[in-house]
Write a protein that binds this ligand. Structure first.
Ligand SMILES: [Zn+2]
Length: 189
């Protein structure tokens, strides 16, 4: 009886710590994503980085990785956002249009919903599994509801650049995009 109570109390004690750890990891990754740039034209071979003048091919994985870091999917540079939220109409480096079609926000919105719900489902599962058999329901509820409210807002810019990257993966650059030709990568064979 006493031990069950103690286990429950320990779960209460541990949960804020776990939540704080997750928050710190998210903040650090957001910060490093902010300060890193996908070096255009540099190729890593073994231990050294070789600079080349040609833009890198737009492989789906490269596009996704750029999108996840809020970089321009076309040239991999920073600058398609002002601050965390405000998105520029075009990339200041390569002139890539961040919204190639009028309803592009809809795709980003859908992606945000999809990712948010998936993460919420996983968090509920993990939260209850870790604290089983005495899940601190009230604490879990408060933490999960807060995360469910905050995450989609914070993630929205990432969803935008990620969706722009997916769009570029599905529809290669076209003349009407008016992209600086120096940034157009070689056509994939
Ligand atoms: Zn660009």
């Amino acid at each position: 009886m006493r031990s069950a109570e103690r286990r429950s109390a320990e779960a209460f004690d541990r949960f804020p710590l776990a939540a704080a750890t997750v928050a710190i990891v998210l903040l650090v990754s957001a910060w490093t994503a902010r300060t890193r740039t996908d070096d255009v034209g540099s190729v890593r071979t073994g231990h050294q980085t070789v600079r080349v003048d040609e833009p890198l091919p737009l492989t789906p994985s490269r596009l996704m990785w750029r999108g996840l870091r809020r970089l321009c999917p076309m040239c991999g540079r920073r600058g398609i956002f002002e601050g965390w939220f405000a998105q520029r109409d075009r990339c200041p480096a390569c002139n890539f249009p961040t919204a190639r079609v009028a309803d592009q926000w809809l795709g980003a919105y859908g992606m945000n919903v999809l990712v948010s719900f998936s993460l919420l489902a996983v968090s509920i599962g993990v939260g209850f599994a870790v604290t089983y058999p005495n899940p601190p329901v009230a604490v879990l509820l408060v933490v999960l509801l807060t995360a469910a409210a905050v995450f989609p807002v914070v993630f929205y810019p990432v969803a935008k650049s990620l969706w722009a990257a997916i769009d570029l993966a599905m529809r290669p650059p076209e003349p009407s995009d008016d992209i600086d030709p120096r940034f157009l990568p070689p056509r994939r064979r």
